[in-house]
Design a protein around this ligand. Sequence first.
Ligand code: GRF
Length: 207
Amino acid sequence: MSGIKIAVLLSGGGTNLQSLIDAIELGKIPGQISVIISNKKEAFGLKRGEKHGIETMVLDKNTYGCKEKRDKVLVETLLEKKIDLIVLAGYLAILSSNVIEKYKNRIINIHPSLIPSFCGDGYYGEKVHQAVLQRGVKVTGATVHFVNEITDGGPIILQETVAVAIDDDVKTLQEKVLEIEHKILPLAVKLFAEDRLEVVENRVKIH
Ligand code: GRF
C-alpha cells in the first residue's frame, strides 16, 4: 500500500468512513487509512474499520481523562503514524487549536448542508435537516471543507445539491444528503491525495 496516510475521526455510524474504505479498496484514492479514532467507544464506525483490518482507537474521557490529555494523545498518535490528512467523518467533538494549527489545510470535514446555510455551532446530525425543513428551502446539499478555527468556516472544497421534496421528512432528507456525501467526500480525499487542491485565501482551487 502506498500514497497518503489518513486518520479518520468519527463518533457514530461511519457510513462516510465506509465510502472512503470502499473507494480506497477500489483503487480510486492513492492512500490508506492508517487509523480510525473515535471519541465514543460504542461508535459503529469502529466495527467497520475492524472488519477491514484497520487499526482503531477509542479516545474517550474514561480512558484518557481531560480534554488536554486527550488532545496530547491525539497529536502523538497522528505524528507517530505520520498522518498526512485527517478526515472528520461525523466527529462530534471540537478539535483543539493546537491540532488545527499543526494540520492547517490538512483536515477535511463533511457537513450535511450547503455551507454557509444551516451550519456552525449547534448544527449537527438531524438538527441540520430539521432546520432545513422548518425554513422551507427548496434546495439543500452537502459540503466538504477544510477545517479552521471557525466551526464549519474553513475553505470549501466541494459542494453538491439535493432538491427538497414537499413530502420529505428528516429521515428521507438525511438519506438523500448522505448519498451525495458518500460521493463528494471520497472525491475530495482523492483530490487531496493527488495534490490537486490549492488554498488561495479562503478559496480552494482544484488543479
Ligand atoms: C454525516 O451527515 C456528516 O455530514 C456529519 O455527520 C454525519 C455522519 O454520518 N458530519 P456517518 O457516521 O458517516 O454515517
